[in-house]
Design a protein. Structure first.
Length: 202
């Protein structure tokens, strides 16, 4: 992730798909964040920034620490870890896709992302949500299915592109994208005219 993208994340602040950690106190602490994102729509953990005052402090843990912590997650997830260097500091970025083998746990404890917080949940609740998602997919209209297919080959889509592709009004595009967003099938980034949507699987 380029530094510019991290700055954009700082502007948007922590939320359902972004977490800033100035430091990591234990492997268990880090694992909880990873599991919460895996059991929801994925996300990014940026280690080494104090987002309260945008102060760059650098990561206090190594990639090896992260690799060992991830091994505690059951079932084994597929995550990526990257270094981002800025001035004389090194940040660590963990990119977490939506889990493909939900539910994920640590010592039989389950978590999900709820806004900017990690919430303890039970296994059955996550399984039920998966069943609901399958049902919701069957209720999508043709345009919404096409948007999901479009996002498999394109980085993102905007309201304007949606309107041009499917010849609909601004209101219709907004409503149908909002429905996909509510079902956690896509995610939103940017603000105002720069708002865009990407697949939750990215």
């Amino acid at each position: 992730m380029p530094w510019k993208d991290i700055v954009d994340c700082l502007r948007e602040g922590e939320g359902s798909q972004v977490e800033f950690l100035s430091s990591v106190g234990s492997a268990e602490e880090l694992v909880k964040y990873c599991i919460a994102f895996l059991n929801q729509s994925g996300g990014k953990i940026i280690i080494g920034i104090d987002d309260k005052n945008n102060h760059l402090v650098g990561s206090n843990i190594s990639r090896n620490f992260i690799d060992q912590a991830i091994q505690k997650i059951d079932p084994a997830p597929s995550l990526s870890v990257d270094e981002v260097k800025r001035l004389d500091k090194t940040l660590l970025l963990i990119t977490i896709p939506p889990g493909q083998s939900k539910p994920y746990s640590y010592r039989h404890k389950y978590y999900q992302r709820s806004g900017a917080e990690n919430k303890r949940v039970n296994k059955e609740e996550i399984i039920r949500q998966g069943d609901t998602t399958s049902t919701s997919m069957s209720l999508l209209n043709t345009r919404q299915h096409r948007v999901l297919a479009y996002l498999k080959t394109h980085d993102h889509i905007t309201n304007r592109v949606f309107r041009e592709l499917y010849k609909v009004s601004h209101k219709t595009a907004h409503l149908e994208l909002s429905e996909l967003l509510a079902q956690c099938l896509i995610t939103k980034f940017g603000q105002g005219r720069n708002t865009a949507y990407k697949s939750a699987e990215q």
